[in-house]
Design a protein around this ligand. Structure first.
Ligand code: ADP
Ligand code: ZN
Length: 661
């Protein structure tokens, strides 16, 4: 659809832009941010990004989810003349941001397929009249005929900058490649002189380079924030009876919002059903549901009518609920990027949140099979992506690329398995994956916020001997069986296969009878994760020893295996004083929870009557401060974090009245 009548309009030259001084703008920005968003202080990386932004430099900012990326393009748009265009891959994502901005009194709008035609006309009028500070559009819309000409030449104000959200979607090497994002490579030429700003939460250094290259950034400032999310508590446990395990997590967060990620659609429905039966307000969400049903679930989660969404990875990008208190992975994600992104949806308000994963070796093989199958198809699919015919050479190139993509995907999967089964601090392992450090190599580090550092994982005293027994069992059975069979042999089980192959006559038969099969598989998983056992590619995931595994078998290596008692996680959590929270976040004071719940109900009611998600009214962080300090005058109310001038005027009286009750 075009924004224009068929013949293109001739544009008069733009009025002379007023002189703009980035230093003055930076000075003016602080008070504006305070006034509009109620934010007292920029985080260090935000200040740097905003400065680069105001200076008109190209920019790549890598900031973890919840780190405050949006402020980096929203705040400059308030103090700089001209329009800031924001590109975002999802309508729902844009809608939430625009709702929030409008609520704060900012001149922001979006152009998306969700608009009624008269609403769209109004946005177009505002755009032409130059009264908007921020306009959100999808990549498709950006390249619709005539649109770029309009924003760059046909409006009463200049185009000041283009902000590209979720910029990793442009990279084929990344984990979330979107073909429509590839077209953004044409922006530089279409909009000469307009600064390009790329924002993402997850990008390894390869992907960062790729983003800069694909956009054609000139001498960009690249800022990579510290990746750690100290307010998240990470746990990774072998999966046993997953529904019970999930219920245990939920029991630690009664009435709180949470997401449970599953591998399959069927699993989402089974678990959602199980949770509902147990009295949890839970719903399933996956790509197989009709669009209307998906929108409904998402809406109900945002408005806090549903507490737990049990979903496939289809659920996520559009979720902007900042008070998600837990994220559960019912199985292994396919890469650390996905894990970081999905767990990153927890605790975006900076308050404590829990991320618990239940993994099994079989997840690894399921993903691997999927990657291999989809890589075989992706060479063909590249026809669709790039369009048109391909000659022989291009086809070869495509299949070469497909092989590389597959290899990269399997390597990412292996890293994920290593993370899940590994026994080193989860915060540290995550941060190191993204090329950063929490401590010098070889030095001890205690994050106080993961199962490893909290001491929930018990180290097996005789881990080395146990490992040797497992490894020699793999060797004795000829290095041609999977972990299920190896576990059976070690356990001393009486299965048909064991009889058939005569494995009950091996010296390693029944060598570890003290463990049940699940535990044995988890120990094998750990040795896979640590690189001592390899898994053969192909249909049958048979185990064999790596060179290091051989050394360990002969006792020439050290190893640490952990035992995972089921009930321990819940016991140690509440008592531990070592847990951390984000420095800026306040915790709900003892005795304030009644007030908090009352404020929360009021917020929910207001959100419903205004048709916006509750966090758009106030975030949990503001509510916590409100419950702790119970301001009884508007003056005091205005000092709460997250309360700007507009909200003070609009919402202050309502909440102060409630607090005075
Ligand atoms: P991202 O886009 O990086 O995932 P958001 O931009 O959605 O993160 O910000 C997450 C939350 O942090 C929002 O509620 C936002 O208002 C808040 N926030 C951003 N910057 C600051 C700051 N400097 N101080 C306090 N809160 C902030
Ligand atoms: Zn730790």
């Amino acid at each position: 659809m075009s924004f224009f009548p068929s013949e293109m309009e001739e544009y008069a030259p733009l009025p002379e832009a007023p002189p703009f001084d980035p230093v003055e703008a930076m000075a003016a920005l602080g008070p504006r941010v305070q006034e509009v968003f109620g934010i007292e202080e920029l985080r260090p990386m935000q200040a740097e990004a905003i400065e680069a932004n105001l200076q008109g430099r190209d920019l790549l900012l890598v900031l973890p989810t919840g780190g405050g990326k949006s402020l980096c393009y929203q705040a400059p748009a308030l103090v700089r003349p001209g329009l800031t265009l924001v590109i975002s891959p999802l309508i729902s994502l844009m809608k939430d941001q625009v709702d929030g901005l409008v609520q704060n009194g900012v001149a922001a709008a979006m152009l998306g397929s969700n608009l009624e035609s008269d609403e769209r006309r109004r946005v177009m009028d505002d755009l032409r009249a130059g009264t908007l500070d921020l306009l959100y559009v999808s990549p498709e819309r950006l390249f619709s005929p005539g649109f770029l000409e309009l924003v760059s030449q046909g409006c009463a104000q200049p185009l000041a900058a283009v902000a590209i959200d979720e910029a990793h979607c442009i990279s084929q090497w990344g984990h979330d490649f979107r073909p429509e994002y590839r077209r953004l490579g044409g922006l530089r030429e279409a909009l000469p002189g307009v600064p390009l700003h790329a924002y993402t939460a997850t990008a390894t250094s390869d992907v960062r380079d790729d983003i800069v290259r694909a956009l054609g950034c000139t001498d960009p400032i690249v800022l990579v924030a510290p990746f750690d999310r100290p307010n998240l508590i990470y746990r990774s446990l072998p999966r046993t009876s997953v529904l019970d395990q999930i219920r245990e997590v939920i029991a630690r967060h009664p009435g709180d919002g949470g997401i449970v990620y599953c591998i399959s659609r069927k699993e989402t429905e089974r678990i959602a059903g199980g949770l509902s039966k147990a009295g949890v307000r839970a719903e399933a969400y996956h790509a197989g549901l009709p669009a209307r049903e998906r929108a409904r679930v998402q809406e109900r989660f945002q408005s806090e009518e549903v507490d737990v969404v049990v979903a496939t990875v289809a659920f996520g990008m559009g979720i902007d609920r900042t008070n998600v208190r837990f994220v559960v992975h019912a199985s292994l994600p396919k890469g650390v990027e996905q894990y970081a992104q999905e767990t990153g949806r927890a605790g975006r308000d900076g308050l404590e949140a829990e991320c618990t994963m239940f993994y099994s070796g079989s997840d690894y093989y399921s993903w691997k099979g999927l990657v291999e199958r989809s890589a075989a198809e992706s060479a063909d699919a590249s026809d669709d992506v790039w369009g048109g015919e391909q000659d022989e050479e291009a086809r070869e190139e495509a299949s070469f690329q497909a092989a590389k993509v597959q290899e990269a995907a399997i390597a990412r999967l292996g890293k994920m398995m290593g993370f899940a089964s590994g026994g080193i601090c989860r915060h540290r392992a995550l941060v190191e994956y993204f090329g950063q450090e929490l401590a010098e190599p070889g030095q001890d580090y205690d994050c106080g916020a993961c199962d490893v550092c909290l001491g929930e994982l018990e180290e097996l005293e005789d881990g080395k001997v146990i490992s040797q027994k497992i490894l020699s069992c793999i060797v004795r059975t000829g290095q041609r069986f999977g972990s299920g069979h190896v576990a059976d042999v070690l356990k001393g089980a009486k299965t048909q296969n064991i009889k058939k192959y005569g494995h009950d006559e091996l010296s390693t038969y029944g060598l570890l009878p003290e463990f049940d099969k699940d535990t044995l598989r988890s120990l094998i998983d750990q040795l896979v994760g640590l690189g001592f056992i390899m898994v053969a590619p192909g249909q049958y995931p048979t185990l064999y020893l790596s060179p290091e595994g051989g050394e360990l078998m002969y006792g020439n290596r050290e190893v640490r295996l952990v035992r995972v008692p089921q009930a321990k996680a819940s016991a140690s959590r509440s008592g531990s004083g070592r847990r951390r929270k984000s420095a800026a976040a306040e915790e709900l004071a003892e005795g304030a929870s009644d007030v908090f719940e009352r404020l929360r109900a009021l917020r929910r009611e207001l959100a419903r009557s205004r048709g916006v998600p509750p966090y758009v009214i106030f975030t949990d962080r503001t509510l916590v401060a409100m419950a702790n300090h119970t301001p009884r005058t508007l003056d005091d109310f205005g000092r709460l974090p997250g309360v700007g001038a507009k909200k003070l005027e609009d919402l202050g009286p309502i909440f102060v009245a409630e607090l005075n009750k």
